[in-house]
Design a protein around this ligand. Structure first.
Ligand code: C2O
Ligand code: CU
Ligand code: CU
Length: 423
């Protein structure tokens, strides 16, 4: 017998009043009257049991983004019935991988996520050489609100543009607040975990050009820390960075540099928070040269086993269609458990799409003929306009229905998704 620990959590989904900043209140939807929902923090190997109660006026279901769980726990319409108002559903899974994950509604997403139905799920390493002075989680989001802080839907032309671009708003949020001040001690090094929980905003994460070290992405540690001054975080993606040490009195912003993903509405730079460095404190920081090994699944020139085409087209009925292999909600062919998958994902459209695969991690082999900067386990990757991304992943014996989709929620809703069996 191993000493497998059961960790119980309760999440109640409801509508509540939430302050984005002093005097600015919204009617949020979320978990345990908190936006984001509570951080669920467990240790690698734990069994996580979450009872989700639905006190919303409409059905919901919860997806555990990035977790390698069993199909009935994946929180999609293909594997479970929606949790009706008043009902409770118990999710249960083993936290196999350490990393920064998140949970979010997978029902009426363009409304439910926009209103706040998401939270972080942190799985700590059972063993690691890495020691930092503090571990923080930052969920990045934006909201589109009208002058009275309501979630407006706008005119049909506005909605058409939202369907094309994805919904982006001018209210920039970090952990559910507008531009807070964050305090950090001088002399220390912290581990910051970022989740892009927005519907459509691409975040080019920057700390005012101060270099930081990337240590992990979607599926946990990369092999060794990489110095960077910015990192792209598309909707759904996560990154973990080491920041510091700083000197007393320093200050910088956590911000997003402008990114052009070829939308009607151009995204400007945005600032999430200001970080102020206080007095000096002792440190326990220790950063190993190697964080872990990631064995390559295959080589860059591996034979392609499947092609997936993502495209955007005009439609008489709906205005715009977002498709996979020329179909709305594409029903893709099954994959065989134990058979290596090498997929070429072609973005036939003129705009970016973040491709997300449920339940499995992949390795990116190639982006437009280039090797990615470092090896990592990913569940979400950006597809540049007219670009080709080659990924490799291994279906294990978790047989059942899985899906992949664009993580721009409006595109997902408009049909840019595929589902398939692992047999
Ligand atoms: Cu976070 Cu189906 O997605
Ligand atoms: Cu997911
Ligand atoms: Cu998309």
């Amino acid at each position: 017998m191993n000493n497998n620990t059961n960790r119980h959590f309760n999440l109640t989904a409801s509508q509540f009043e939430w302050s984005l900043s002093p005097g600015r209140k919204i009617q949020a939807w979320g978990f345990n009257e908190s936006l984001p929902g509570p951080v669920i923090r467990v240790t690698q190997g734990d069994t996580v049991v979450v009872a989700v109660k639905n006190d919303l006026p409409e059905p919901t279901m919860i997806h555990w983004h990035g977790i390698r769980l069993e199909p009935p726990m994946d929180g999609t319409m293909h594997v479970q019935d929606a949790i009706m108002p008043g009902e409770t559903f118990e999710y249960r899974f083993n936290a196999i991988d350490a990393g920064t994950f998140w949970y979010h509604s997978h029902f009426n997403e363009t409304i439910q996520l926009e209103r706040g139905m998401y939270g972080a799920l942190i799985v700590e390493e059972r063993e690691t050489e890495l020691a930092t002075d503090r571990d923080r989680v930052f969920l990045l989001d934006d909201m589109k609100l009208d002058a009275s802080n309501n979630f407006t839907r706008g005119s049909s032309f506005t909605r058409w543009k939202e369907r094309h671009d994805g919904r982006e708003g001018e209210t920039i949020l970090i952990n559910g607040r507008e531009h807070p001040e964050i305090k950090m001690h001088a002399g220390q090094t912290e581990r910051w975990r970022f989740v892009n929980a927005s519907s459509a905003r691409y975040v080019r994460l920057s700390l005012g050009n101060i270099p930081f070290r990337i240590i992990a992405t979607d599926g946990g540690f990369i092999e060794e820390p990489i110095y960077a001054q910015e990192v792209l975080l598309t909707p759904g993606e996560r990154v973990e960075i080491l920041v510091g040490p700083f000197s007393p009195g320093e200050s910088f912003d956590i911000s997003s540099l402008p990114y052009n993903r070829f939308t009607f509405k151009k995204t400007r730079a945005a600032s999430f928070a200001t970080v102020k460095i206080g007095n000096i404190h002792p440190t326990i920081n220790r950063v190993p040269r190697m964080l872990r090994r990631i064995e390559p699944l295959t080589t860059r020139d591996a034979m392609i086993t499947r092609k997936v085409k993502m495209s955007v087209g005009l439609s008489w009925k709906r205005g715009l269609d977002f498709k996979v292999n020329d179909a709305l909600h594409h029903h893709d062919a099954p994959v065989q458990s134990g058979e290596l998958q090498v997929w070429e994902i072609f973005n036939a459209s003129m705009m970016d799409h973040p491709f997300h695969l449920h339940g499995f991690f992949f390795q990116v082999l190639d982006i437009n003929g280039e090797r990615p900067a470092f090896r990592a386990w990913k569940d979400t990757v950006n597809l540049p306009p007219r670009g080709k991304v080659k990924i490799a992943w291994m279906p294990d014996d978790r047989r059942g229905m899985w899906m992949y989709h664009c993580h721009i929620l409006e595109h997902h809703e408009a049909g840019m998704m595929g589902h398939f069996q692992v047999v």
